[in-house]
Design a protein around this ligand. Structure first.
Ligand code: ADP
Ligand code: ZN
Length: 430
């Protein structure tokens, strides 16, 4: 049931002790080896030996994306360059890339954590794992690749795109699990449908690891129904190893974060103060077991909350709610704060809406939603289209408090992105 029972079911007191010891070691290494951190620690008057409990984390400085960029390329390296075996960069969704270095220890630890993640969803030796994430500088594909190999799976490093080939690979090699972005999963479902392939009957794929971008429960359900499988949420970021930082277990009720490797904080994104347990806020992460590039209190800008109840799977590591959105993705229309996920949740719950949509921001008070709908809606009966458009408009208005313009499109009209989906097109001049 567990890949590493001792680590995964560690009791609370032992976990705090381990975290404290690892936090102290991390701060020691940064103080000794990284001038940027030494300066920051000196300015707050904290010495490594002051770390006596996990609560002392509050005395440590934050690290932001800007800090990573300002120290580009290797200013945050805590070991000699010869000890580094791998360079990754973040995929750059939100600006210039950041360089992240790994020692062999770091690669081994990250693979081990991913193996734990995959094992808890039921993946085993003998499974055939088709990895449809982007290989290369992005951590997305490689870290899951390593974890799946560690489990003993047969890994097919397919990469994204070329959907016809993806489907042939699944058929030829009997793929049982895939790793994929939510937007590509929905697209894959539409291609299978077009080709008359029933994934439940004609394919063996029963698990999908879906991540790299925020998505709603409605989207998960759609992926599960259309592809006939269980979809598990997989969260991570390059700055913290890549995917496999937090992952759903078989219960799919939030994502366990491996607290022996990370300290989780949920903070008010504006004040940087902790929010009450269970409230939404920004996820802030500290690495506890990284050699080449440990990072203190990283401001992820990802919004979530901690789920405090014990998970029935018996793992003691706490869970976070699936990411509610990125602080950066929020936009304001008519003075109302809106996250793209609120729009997605509504769209994906409406019958007749297909897989792809875009949000266009043209001015400070108008928003246009372009949404693809099922091809059978274009049956020549205009009243069907009018009533669907009205339903979408009214439901969105109810959710986001602003009446959007809604354009209905035939399936396949909007572009498909191979990596992370581009949902918001902002052409406003600020
Ligand atoms: P970036 O996309 O910022 O250039 P990464 O490629 O490292 O950098 O992606 C990490 C980010 O992707 C996370 O901070 C988060 O915003 C998003 N992300 C990754 N996995 C998920 C997930 N399962 N749910 C929501 N968001 C995710
Ligand atoms: Zn669990």
């Amino acid at each position: 049931m567990y890949w590493n029972k001792e680590a995964e079911t560690i009791d609370a007191a032992s976990l705090r002790e381990l975290q404290t010891e690892r936090l102290r070691k991390t701060v020691e290494s940064l103080y000794e080896n990284v001038p940027f951190y030494r300066k920051k620690l000196d300015s707050t008057g904290v010495k490594p030996s002051d770390i006596k409990s996990t609560a002392d984390i509050r005395r440590l400085p934050f690290t932001t994306r800007e800090d990573l960029r300002e120290n580009f390329p290797d200013g945050l390296l805590a070991v000699k360059k010869e000890q580094v075996v791998r360079l990754h960069t973040s995929s750059g969704t939100t600006g210039k890339p950041k360089a992240i270095f790994f020692s062999q220890h770091d690669i081994d630890t990250a693979s081990e954590l991913v193996a734990r993640c995959l094992y808890m969803t039921g993946l085993r030796k003998g499974d055939i794992f088709q990895n449809m994430m982007t290989y290369g500088l992005f951590t997305g594909a490689l870290m899951l690749h390593y974890g799946a190999e560690k489990l003993g799976c047969l890994v097919i490093p397919a990469g994204p795109g070329n959907t016809a080939r993806q489907i042939s690979l699944m058929q030829d090699f009997g793929t049982t699990a895939i790793h994929i972005t939510p937007s590509y999963a929905l697209y894959l479902a539409s291609v299978l449908q077009k080709q008359g392939i029933d994934p439940k009957k004609d394919l063996k794929v029963r698990k999908a690891y879906v991540g790299a971008e925020p998505y709603t429960e409605e989207t998960r359900k759609k992926i599960e129904t259309l592809l006939g499988l269980d979809a598990y949420n997989c969260y991570g970021l390059s700055e913290m190893n890549g995917p496999g930082v937090a992952f759903e277990c078989e219960y799919k009720n939030g994502l366990h974060i491996w607290e022996d490797n990370f300290i989780i904080e949920i903070l008010d994104p504006v004040t940087g103060e902790p929010v009450p347990d269970g409230s939404n806020g920004e996820l802030v992460l500290t690495t506890l077991n990284r050699e080449a590039m440990p990072i203190l209190r990283y401001r992820t800008k990802d919004l979530t909350r901690v789920l405090t109840e014990q998970c029935p799977c018996g793992r003691t590591h706490r869970r976070i709610h699936s990411i509610l959105g990125r602080a950066d993705d929020m936009f304001i229309i008519k003075g109302v704060n809106i996250y793209p996920q609120e729009i997605e949740r509504v769209l994906m719950s409406i019958k007749g809406v297909a897989e792809n949509y875009q949000i266009h921001l043209e001015s400070l008070d108008s928003i246009t939603i372009k949404v693809e709908i099922d091809s059978n809606m274009f049956d020549g009966r205009i009243e069907h289209l009018v009533s669907l458009r009205n339903e979408i408009t009214e439901k969105l208005k109810h959710e986001i408090l602003v009446k959007p313009n809604v354009e209905l499109l035939e399936p396949g009209t909007l572009p498909i992105s191979e990596g992370k989906a581009v949902r918001v097109i902002d052409t406003r001049t600020m």
